[in-house]
Ligand binder design. Structure first.
Ligand code: MG
Ligand code: ZN
Length: 224
């Protein structure tokens, strides 16, 4: 057992070193970066499609679409107007790690990017342990899930800076309440910033996109 623990520690510390060098590279080029995490089906790809539709003309956005199999999500993002989209098929791994990111970054011409968004594999467990060099993790939860997920998967909510509650248009069709999910999430991480959106109807997307723009502006202000 201790061997397994040591191996995990070694893998994670190697990951942290690589993530630090990715972070340094992005920082040097003034690129803001987000790591999108959630269960499968919470709407990560949908949110990115809507974000592209709104911001594609103003910002140069690079996207890395992680999945266990298929390039379906990468293709959706290309159809949504994504100009710099790289699929990252893990072939079985249930999370992305910094090594995978460092393999695709050289194909992305970082000199031409304002913002890098990584869509992680749909999984609320181990993606929380793997730093990818991002500025922050954004965790999505949808109203069709249990509002106790922040309590069940605390590490993910603790390590995220933002929580996006998606499918707000479906409130009332289940026991899920915004009040409860916020209480549960803030109990785990009092600093979480929360957005309530519906990618289907468009509710709340303006606030989200404004925040993304502000993040990029701050980043460029700092690096300028
Ligand atoms: Mg997806
Ligand atoms: Zn995993």
């Amino acid at each position: 057992m201790s061997q397994k623990v040591n191996l995990e520690k070694k893998v994670l510390s190697e990951n942290d070193l690589l993530a630090a060098s990715i972070r340094q590279e992005l920082e040097a080029k003034g690129i803001a970066s987000l790591n999108m995490v959630s269960s499968p089906g919470s709407g990560k790809t949908s949110l990115l499609e809507k974000t592209l539709a709104e911001l594609n003309n103003e910002l140069r956005i690079g996207l890395i679409a992680g999945d266990v199999q298929t390039e379906n999500d990468a293709n959706r993002l290309i159809r949504a107007g994504g100009k710099i989209v790289r699929p990252l098929v893990t072939g079985g791994a249930c999370h992305l790690d910094a090594r995978m990111i460092s393999r695709v970054l050289p194909e992305m011409n970082l000199d031409n990017l304002d913002l890098l968004i990584v869509e992680n594999v749909g999984n609320l467990v181990c993606p929380s342990s793997f730093d990818l060099g991002e500025d922050m993790k954004v965790v999505l939860i949808s109203t069709t899930e249990g509002d106790d997920k922040p309590l069940k998967y605390p590490a993910m909510f603790r390590r995220s800076s933002i929580m996006v509650i998606n499918k707000i248009d479906l409130l009332g069709t289940s026991e899920f309440t915004v009040k409860r999910v916020k209480e549960n999430a803030l109990q785990i991480n009092a600093n979480l910033k929360v957005f309530e959106v519906s990618c289907r109807t468009g509710i709340g997307l303006d606030a989200w996109c404004d925040w993304v723009k502000q993040l990029v502006a701050e980043k460029q202000g700092v690096s300028a």
